[in-house]
Design a protein around this ligand. Structure first.
Ligand SMILES: Nc1nc2c(ncn2[C@@H]2O[C@H](COP(=O)(O)OP(=O)(O)OP(=O)(O)O)[C@@H](O)[C@H]2O)c(=O)[nH]1
Ligand SMILES: [Mg+2]
Length: 307
C-alpha cells in the first residue's frame, strides 16, 4: 500500500496588516487575538508604531503586525508613519489588505491592493465593517475588485463577531504563512509588547477620546517611571508631551478637569490589563515640535533603525 502519511505542516511568520487610516486594522487585530493589544479610536491615524499580536495554534503561529494607516506626506510625523507602513510591508512574510466597506473612494482601496500585489508576497483581503447598514452591495463590489487583483477575500465585522468566524479566518490566514519548524514566540504570549508600552498606548488612546481637533495628533506619551514593586500598588508616572505651549492648558483643562478625566479613564483600563489597582500620575510637558526631533521619535519607538 502506498504510504500517504505526511508530517502535518506547521506554519509561522509575520503577517502585516495594511490599509488606509481608519480601515479597522487595529480592531481586526484585537478581534483576532481576543485581547486589546492595539488602541482603537474613531479618528484616522491612531496607530503610530508597529504593534504585534500573536495567535498560536497546533497548525501554526501568526505574528500580526499592526501598522499605521497609509498616508502620504513629506513633513513631520506623517513622513515617519508613511515609512513605517512601507517597512511593515517589507518585513512581513505575508500581508492582509484591510479594506473597509465604509471607504468612499474605490481608488483608495485599489491603492492598497496595488501595494500588496506589488510586494509579491502571499496576501488575502479582509473586508471590514460589514455590520454597517446597507453594505451588502458594496461588499460584492469590493470582492470583485479583490478578484480582479487575483486575490481572495473574507468579509468581517470587528464589532459584531462570532467565535466560529474568528477560527475560520485564523485558519485561512495561517495557510498563507511560510512553513516553519517551530513557533517564533512563546505560544503563551498574545503580544510582544511590554506593559510599559501598552500603558503608554492606553493613555494615548484616552487622550484621543477626551481631546478634540489636532491636539491628540500632536502629542505623545512617555512613561517616566514605572515602579512595579511600590506598595500598596504599582506606581506609574507618565508624561503627556505636547508640541506647543498653547496646547498645555488645553490638555490640563480648567481646574485640571481634562487631565483628571484622561487619568481616570486610563487608570481603569491599565488596572483591567494588569489585574490590580495602580497609582497613575500624569504630567504635561512641552517639547516644541517633538515630531521633528529624530532622537525623540526614536525614544518613542516611532522609528525603527532598519538599516
Ligand atoms: N461598525 C464597525 N466599526 C468598526 C469595525 N472595525 C473598526 N471599526 C471602527 O472604525 C474606527 C477605526 O478603527 P481602527 O481599528 O482604529 O482603525 P485603524 O485601521 O487601526 O486606524 P489607524 O490606526 O488610524 O490607521 C473605530 O471607531 C472602530 O471602532 C467594524 O467591523 N464595524
Ligand atoms: Mg490602528
Amino acid at each position: 500500500m502506498e504510504n500517504t502519511t505526511t508530517k502535518p505542516s506547521y506554519k509561522a511568520g509575520f503577517l502585516g496588516l495594511i490599509g488606509q487610516p481608519n480601515a479597522g486594522k487595529s480592531s481586526l487585530l484585537n478581534f483576532l487575538v481576543k485581547e486589546k493589544v492595539s488602541i482603537v479610536t474613531n479618528k484616522p491615524q491612531t496607530t503610530r508604531r508597529r504593534i504585534t499580536g500573536l495567535h498560536s495554534a497546533k497548525t501554526g503561529q501568526i505574528v500580526f503586525i499592526d501598522a499605521p494607516g497609509l498616508v502620504k506626506s513629506t513633513s513631520g510625523l506623517n513622513t515617519f508613519l508613511e515609512k513605517e507602513a512601507h517597512d511593515v510591508i517589507r518585513s512581513s512574510d505575508a500581508l492582509v489588505a484591510v479594506l473597509s466597506v465604509d471607504e468612499d473612494s474605490a481608488e483608495r482601496n485599489e491603492e492598497i491592493l496595488t501595494l500588496v500585489t506589488k510586494s509579491k508576497k502571499p496576501w488575502i483581503a479582509v473586508i471590514t465593517k460589514v455590520d454597517l447598514k446597507d453594505t451588502s452591495h458594496r461588499v460584492m463590489i469590493l470582492k470583485g475588485i479583490v478578484e480582479k487583483f487575483g486575490g481572495k477575500s473574507i468579509a468581517v465585522s470587528n464589532t459584531k463577531f462570532k467565535d466560529d468566524e474568528r477560527s475560520e479566518i485564523l485558519a485561512k490566514l495561517i495557510q498563507i504563512l511560510p512553513d516553519a519548524e517551530r513557533p517564533l514566540y512563546d505560544p503563551e504570549l498574545y503580544t510582544t509588547e511590554n506593559v510599559r508600552g501598552l500603558t503608554e498606548e492606553i493613555i494615548r488612546e484616552k487622550c484621543f477620546e477626551v481631546l478634540n481637533h489636532e491636539i491628540p495628533y500632536q502629542l505623545a506619551v512617555q512613561i517616566r517611571k514605572f515602579d512595579e514593586e511600590a506598595k500598596p500598588c504599582p506606581k506609574i508616572y507618565a508624561d503627556i508631551m505636547v508640541s506647543r505651549d498653547s496646547h498645555k492648558p488645553i490638555v490640563v483643562g480648567k481646574g485640571a478637569s481634562v487631565i483628571k478625566e484622561i487619568g481616570q479613564q486610563s487608570r481603569k483600563e491599565i488596572e483591567a490589563m494588569m489585574g490590580e489597582k495602580v497609582y497613575l500620575e500624569l504630567n504635561v510637558t512641552v517639547k516644541e515640535n517633538w515630531f521633528e526631533n529624530k532622537q525623540t521619535l526614536k525614544e518613542l519607538k516611532y522609528v525603527v533603525d532598519s538599516e
